[in-house]
Each structure stands twice: as structure tokens, then as C-alpha cells.
Design a protein around this ligand. Structure first.
Ligand code: HEC
Ligand code: HEC
Length: 261
């Protein structure tokens, strides 16, 4: 008599798939399998159509992306602005499009002026209460890394779906504040070596286009809206902005119309 291995295997496979993203859960699933299955599982023969889902093995290949992200709002490519003949006006239009990322909560929550990180789409103060501390990594007793791991951690059965993660998780210094700032102010801050960590425009572009902490904004974990477009598309806009002279939008309260040639 062979044990009814298939239903159990399915349940366990489902468990593993649910746990999905996290290698930890995968390992947990595997040990659970060993625990529950015990010797009887070894008696299982894949006689009937064996359904080991290919996703189960694929899951370890991309443990950080539990579910396909919701379709992001696309960013317009630099070519969409090529009809603007005046380079300065084109530069401003490019920066304004990139500004949809720069002013998105996935960026601004970590770029406040008061040393307090924010959460969510409405910039609520961080719960539990934390501060960036002397170096942005939190006070000695409660570093960011005590909760924010190297990768997003998916949570099961909790109201909170995931904890954001990156190896360099930290709060940006107040000099780099973007929260509640206009696009003009953000633009001027970005270009100011006194306030941008001594970066050239090339270094700035590299940081925006390549940095993994910046890239987190497009893979922020379940239940968190990603920044518009992709990091690549954002990098292309920033590159084109720099090529056209890195002009900043007018400081006037009303944004100047830059969409007409
Ligand atoms: C005690 C645990 C803990 C500590 C310490 C902690 N965080 Fe968090 N943080 C969390 C949790 C949990 C969330 C997810 C909350 C949510 O999404 O509702 C979070 C979310 C965030 C977010 C929100 C991301 C977004 O766009 O919604 C930011 C930004 C953040 N933390 C920054 C920091 C920084 C910077 C530090 C260190 C100075 C830090 N956190 C320290 C637990 C912690
Ligand atoms: C988890 C917190 C966090 C998030 C989220 C975050 N940043 Fe930052 N950012 C930092 C920290 C810390 C620094 C300073 C250290 C450094 O230069 O790497 C910084 C610095 C920068 C700088 C360089 C200095 C300057 O002039 O501002 C740029 C550019 C930047 N971030 C872009 C972004 C963009 C774009 C996003 C969203 C797509 C983003 N950041 C999201 C923490 C964050």
C-alpha cells in the first residue's frame, strides 16, 4: 500500500510556493517536508503524473520577487521630448518627467529634512519611531539593519505584507532633503556638490542609474507601489537631462509650460 503522497505533496508545494520568495521559507518548507513526510515520503513513487511545479525550483533563482509587480506607470523616453528645439526647455522637460520619480514616496520617504524616515504613500512618520541618527543608519541601539535586512522580507499572514530591505538601508542626510521640496529645489540640491556628497553630474547619473538602494524603489516588495517606469528609463532621462545642460525648472510657483516646441 502506498501512502497518499500526492495530496500532501501538493499542500507542501503550495506552502513552498506561498512562502515563495524567501529562501528561508523555502528551507522551512523543505524541513517541514522532511518532518511531515518522514519515511513515508521516501516510499512515494512518481507513478502518477508527477506535478512538481517548475516554479518551485525557479523560486530559488529569484528569491526577492515573490509576485510580478503591478504594471508600473511608464516614464516617457527622452525621444518623446525631441520636438522641443530649445535645449534648455528640453532639459527642463526631461527633468520634470524624471521628477515623477524624484518626488515619489519611494524616494522621498528616505530623503526628509528632519532626520525621521517616513512610510507609505502619505509619508506617515516611521512606525516604530526611529531616527536616522549621526550617520543615517539609526542610533547605536536600534540600527536600521536590525529590521531592514539585505533584501525585502515577505511576511505571511500579517497585516504588513513585507519589510523593505537593502544592504545599504539608511536615511539620506538632511542636506539631501527632497520631501516637501519643489522640483526646482530638488534640482538645485542635486547639482550642488556641497549638498550632494561631492558628486559630479556623471557620478550623480551613475548613482541614480546603477545604485541598488535607489533601485529598491522599483522593487519595493508586496503592497508597496513602485516608482514610475523603470530604473533604466529613469537613468536615460537623467542622462538626457545632463546632456542638454542639466537645467532646472523655473523657481516660479507655477511650473512653466515646457511641452510646446
Ligand atoms: C524596529 C524595526 C525597524 C527599524 C529599526 C527601522 N525600520 Fe524602517 N521599517 C520597518 C518596517 C516594519 C517597515 C514597513 C512598514 C510599512 O510598510 O508599513 C519599515 C519601512 C520603512 C520605510 C518605508 C518605505 C516606504 O517607502 O514605504 C523607510 C523609508 C524606512 N523604513 C526607513 C528606515 C530607516 C532609514 C531606518 C534606520 C534609521 C529604519 N527604517 C529603521 C521597521 C524598522
Ligand atoms: C532607504 C533609504 C533610501 C531610499 C529609499 C532612497 N534613497 Fe537616495 N539616498 C539615501 C542615502 C542614505 C543617501 C546618501 C548616501 C549615498 O550617497 O549613497 C542617498 C543619496 C542619494 C543621492 C545622492 C545625493 C543627492 O544629491 O541627493 C541621490 C541622487 C539619490 N539618493 C537618489 C535616490 C532616488 C532617485 C531614489 C528613489 C528612486 C532614492 N534615492 C531612494 C537613502 C535612500
Amino acid at each position: 500500500m502506498t501512502p497518499p503522497c500526492h495530496p500532501r505533496n501538493l499542500v507542501l508545494a503550495a506552502l513552498v510556493l506561498l512562502g515563495g520568495a524567501s529562501l528561508l521559507v523555502l528551507l522551512g518548507g523543505a524541513s517541514l517536508l522532511v518532518l511531515l513526510g518522514g519515511a513515508s515520503l521516501t516510499a512515494c513513487k512518481p507513478s502518477t503524473p508527477s506535478p512538481p511545479p517548475p516554479e518551485a525550483s525557479d523560486a530559488s533563482a529569484s528569491p526577492l520577487t515573490p509576485a510580478p509587480p503591478p504594471p508600473a506607470q511608464p516614464l516617457q523616453p527622452p525621444s518623446a521630448f525631441s520636438t522641443i528645439t530649445d535645449p534648455a526647455a528640453r532639459s527642463i522637460a526631461l527633468f520634470t518627467e524624471a521628477g515623477r520619480v524624484l518626488t515619489h514616496p519611494r524616494c522621498t520617504n528616505c530623503h526628509p529634512a528632519d532626520g525621521v524616515p517616513r512610510q507609505g504613500m502619505h509619508h506617515q512618520p516611521h512606525t516604530p519611531a526611529v531616527i536616522g541618527g549621526p550617520d543615517g543608519h539609526g542610533p547605536p541601539g536600534l540600527p536600521c539593519a536590525s529590521c531592514h535586512q539585505a533584501t525585502n522580507i515577505a511576511l505571511q499572514g500579517a497585516t504588513l505584507r513585507s519589510i523593505p530591505g537593502d544592504p545599504h538601508w539608511a536615511l539620506a542626510p538632511a542636506a539631501m532633503a527632497w520631501l516637501d521640496r519643489s522640483l526646482t529645489q530638488i534640482c538645485e540640491q542635486l547639482k550642488d556638490p556641497q549638498r550632494n556628497g561631492g558628486k559630479t553630474l556623471t557620478a550623480l547619473h551613475h548613482h541614480m542609474a546603477e545604485d541598488t538602494l535607489v533601485g529598491w524603489a522599483w522593487a519595493p516588495g508586496p503592497d508597496r507601489e513602485p516608482a514610475p517606469g523603470t530604473q533604466r528609463a529613469f537613468g536615460e532621462l537623467i542622462a538626457a537631462w545632463i546632456e542638454t545642460g542639466a537645467h532646472c525648472p523655473s523657481p516660479a510657483p507655477e511650473r512653466r509650460d515646457t511641452t510646446t516646441p
